[in-house]
Design a protein around this ligand. Structure first.
Ligand SMILES: Nc1ncnc2c1ncn2[C@@H]1O[C@H](COP(=O)(O)OP(=O)(O)OP(=O)(O)O)[C@@H](O)[C@H]1O
Ligand SMILES: [Mg+2]
Length: 266
């Protein structure tokens, strides 16, 4: 049921959500960002792969990490595959946020893995992948996720991964294999996607969105000289959701937060 652009749901004692209209039961994976969960009718449907789209600095990495940390706090193990930022830099940036909890990393509840190190260990050229390399990497990703029995997975970014493939066809094949691989698990996944600023497009190569069950777009709007961060759910299979653009803020204290976006008076 949608009221004022926000999906209203009942939470049962099992922590599952019942759609008031259809009576169907959806298992939801809370993102840990209260307002986003409300917009999603409780959270991301379990098992969905979500493309987190935005230009550089839009908050993709922060939001994805907050999602993993919150899951770990609630007993769901997660893995973060980074390919854009080296591990030490990523951790240094995340340490600025109150939500970051070193203990969860040390206890293996959130695992952060540098894909370049994995590529290196596999003996792959870390900057360019052949079809075999890409397949080997996919197998390793899947093995790690299975072995750790993760319920939440992040690849940051799918764009940087595809960049290492040599042709559009290779990217297409890789994306569809990745999609099939993710679909066979009950793991909820965020794939970050870098796009140029001020462009309404969801992926660099035009293929990434085809395997996505959901798309969340991080953008910005100009309000009388101030640039305001925004978040909008473009699609989310398996749930009714708000499509209203929200104002988004990033702070050390609260990480990512959403608030209503006031209509411009200009
Ligand atoms: N501690 C902090 N407090 C407030 N804002 C912060 C803090 N740390 C980072 N930011 C803001 O968040 C932005 C970076 O967010 P993040 O790294 O999540 O973006 P991204 O979309 O992953 O960027 P990229 O595409 O470059 O990887 C910074 O540019 C800065 O504006
Ligand atoms: Mg990033």
């Amino acid at each position: 049921m949608v009221e004022d652009g926000v999906y209203v749901y009942n939470e049962t004692h099992e922590g599952k959500n019942v759609d008031k209209e259809s009576g169907t039961l959806h298992e939801k994976c809370k993102t840990g960002i209260e307002e986003l969960d409300r917009k999603l009718g409780g959270g991301i449907p379990v098992g969905n792969s979500v493309l987190m789209v935005g230009s550089s600095g839009s908050g993709k990495t922060t939001l994805s990490m907050q999602f993993l940390i919150d899951g770990a706090r609630h007993g769901e193990r997660g893995v973060f595959f980074t390919i854009t930022e080296p591990l030490f830099k990523l951790i240094k940036n995340m340490e600025n946020f109150n939500f970051y909890d070193k203990k969860l990393i040390e206890e293996g509840k959130v695992n952060i893995i540098d894909l370049r190190i994995i590529s290196d260990r596999l003996g792959l050229d870390t900057e360019k992948y052949t079809v075999d390399d890409a397949n080997a990497l996919l197998d390793v990703l899947k093995d790690i996720a299975d072995e750790l029995n993760v319920k939440r997975l992040v690849i940051d970014s799918i764009t940087a991964l595809c960049y290492r493939l040599q042709s559009k066809e290779m990217i297409r094949n890789f994306i569809f294999k990745l999609g099939a691989s993710l679909a066979s698990t009950d793991c909820t996944t965020i794939l970050t996607s870098e796009v140029p600023p001020n462009e309404i497009k969801y992926s660099q190569y035009g293929t990434e969105e085809f395997i996505a069950d959901g798309i969340i777009f991080l953008g910005d709007v100009n309000r009388r000289g101030d640039i305001i961060r925004t978040l909008q759910i473009i699609k989310m299979r398996g749930t009714a959701h708000s499509r209203t653009k929200s104002a988004m803020s990033i702070s050390s204290k609260n990480g990512i937060e959403l608030a209503p976006l006031l209509k411009s008076r200009e």
